[in-house]
Design a protein around this ligand. Structure first.
Ligand code: SDX
Length: 428
């Protein structure tokens, strides 16, 4: 197998190195192409372009494989905890018993946020979407921890910035929700685990405390693990490029939250439920919505279907679909939109339009059904995705800084006007 490719252009032969990863993926290194040929490449949406080398996640879209630091997500989802997986993603190895205990303790003892965040929250109207509130509050962390603005001052400082963000994001998310519904804020309780603490801050009131059912905290743990990392997706690429300017971790993650918000990305889990509700209100006419999804003149897409990389089943969707059945039956929840989702999936997987385009359910197709069963309101679904994806954003940001990667600055092909002179107003 050749370790270079030849580009024949304008009578010149340009040799381009081919690099190979540890899973035999190959890439054409074009880092010197412009200097050698004057040419750049163009690839809208970066469908064929790698932005970096990374040792964090391996996924194979054709085979439906997803591994964090070499560990299959099926095993991690079954056997690990979200904080242990966060440590693995960020530091590269499963923690020792002592390291995990210190990691969990540090995160537990940094869940409280400054009282002035209450004033910030009061400034948002009650109809503010929690994702916009969350990204604002995460950026605001730089005001309360100005030392985070020099994010790589020391390994201890980096760890402190990371611990604070992992610890405080659930509190910020729950407070954004309480502020939206006009209920008193609930403070973290150190005696609870990560998921149980978040759910209590979401659902406890002064009138009645709240403890999540173990079925609920177990399924939440699994969902957070399945959302934790996914290599160079839109929001993670956003975190990396913002961080490449040496912006702080908090500023970079805030940008990632905003990228995730879009309905083509993490916002899809909210859009899936809204779609399934619309189908239910329309008498469960799945055929009508499949036809809309296939109609090029109709902007409607089958939300939760299709993926840039997975051209086979999204392995996360498989696990979440099974978890949805388990959780709903254990909680005794009979949600009619689960049946609509299954019917829609079956119809789509037998429809040539979806089969030819290799469109399968993705991570967002069933996750909202579980969130609903856990009592999470629909407009908080993408916030749940952000809580899960935080370790991935942190790990990728840290890798990018540790590798001293250059500031991200793509080129372009100009298609505008050629040079022309200014026209005085009198002559226009
Ligand atoms: C996530 O990248 C990641 O890793 C993301 C993520 C992560 O963990 O970070 O996995 C999380 O974002 C999952 C995706 C959630 N989004 C949705 O469910 C929204 C619905 N899906 C699509 O909009 C779409 O499938 C994308 C955005 C996910 C992928 O789009 P691509 O790769 O750019 O594919 P495309 O738009 O070029 O589509 C190829 C063809 C087109 O038809 P043709 O022009 O060939 O005729 O498939 C069609 C598209 O119209 N198509 C769909 C469709 N998705 C693609 N048609 C109907 N319904 C859909 N959902």
């Amino acid at each position: 197998m050749s370790d270079f490719a030849e580009l024949h252009y304008n009578g010149e032969v340009i040799k381009l190195p081919v690099i190979e990863g540890t899973e035999n993926e190959k890439a054409l290194d074009i880092s010197k192409l412009r200097g050698q040929s004057g040419l750049i490449t163009i690839d809208p949406g970066y469908k064929n372009t790698g932005s970096t080398k990374s040792a964090i996640t391996f996924l194979d879209g054709e085979k439906g494989i997803l591994r964090y630091r070499g560990y299959p997500i099926e095993q991690l989802a079954e056997k690990s905890s979200f904080l242990e997986v966060a440590y693995l993603i960020i530091y590269g190895e499963l923690p020792s018993k002592e390291d995990l205990a210190r990691w969990e303790k540090d995160i537990t003892y940094h869940t409280l946020i400054h009282e002035d965040f209450r004033t910030l929250l009061e400034g948002f109207p009650s109809n503010a979407h929690p994702m916009g509130v969350l990204s604002s509050l995460v950026t605001s962390l730089t005001a309360f921890y100005p030392e985070s603005l020099d994010p790589v001052r020391s390994a201890d400082e980096v760890r402190m910035n990371i611990v604070r963000l992992l610890a405080k994001l659930p509190t910020l998310a729950a407070w954004a929700y309480k502020n939206e519904i006009g209920q008193p804020l609930v403070y973290p309780l150190n005696s609870l685990d990560y998921g149980g603490n978040f759910l209590r801050m979401m659902f406890a009131t002064p009138a009645e405390d709240f403890r999540a059912d173990p079925v609920v905290t177990t399924s939440l743990n699994k969902l957070l693990i399945l959302h934790a990392e996914h290599e160079q997706n839109c929001s993670t690429s956003t975190v990396r490029i913002v961080g490449s300017s040496h912006a702080s971790l908090y500023a970079s993650v805030s940008a990632g939250i905003n990228a995730l918000w879009g309905p083509l990305h993490g916002g899809a889990n909210q859009a899936v439920i809204e779609m399934l509700e619309a189908i239910r209100e329309d008498g469960g006419d799945t055929a009508k919505y499949l036809a809309k999804a296939k109609d090029k003149d109709d902007p409607f897409r089958l939300m939760g279907f299709g993926h840039r990389v997975y051209k086979n089943f999204d392995p996360r969707a498989r696990i979440i679909k099974k978890a949805a059945d388990d959780v709903l039956s254990k909680l005794g929840v009979n949600d009619p939109i689960l049946e609509i989702a299954k019917h829609l999936e079956e119809a789509a997987l037998n429809d040539p339009y979806f089969v030819e385009r290799k469109l399968y359910p993705n991570v967002d197709f069933y996750s909202g059904i579980i969130y609903r069963a856990l009592g999470i309101p629909t407009n908080m679904f993408t916030v749940m995705f952000a809580l899960g994806r935080l370790p991935g954003w942190i790990g990728q940001w840290k890798e990018m800084r540790e590798n001293n990667e250059p500031i991200g600055r793509p080129r372009q092909v100009y298609t505008g006007e050629n040079e022309r002179d200014y026209v005085d107003m009198a002559k226009r």
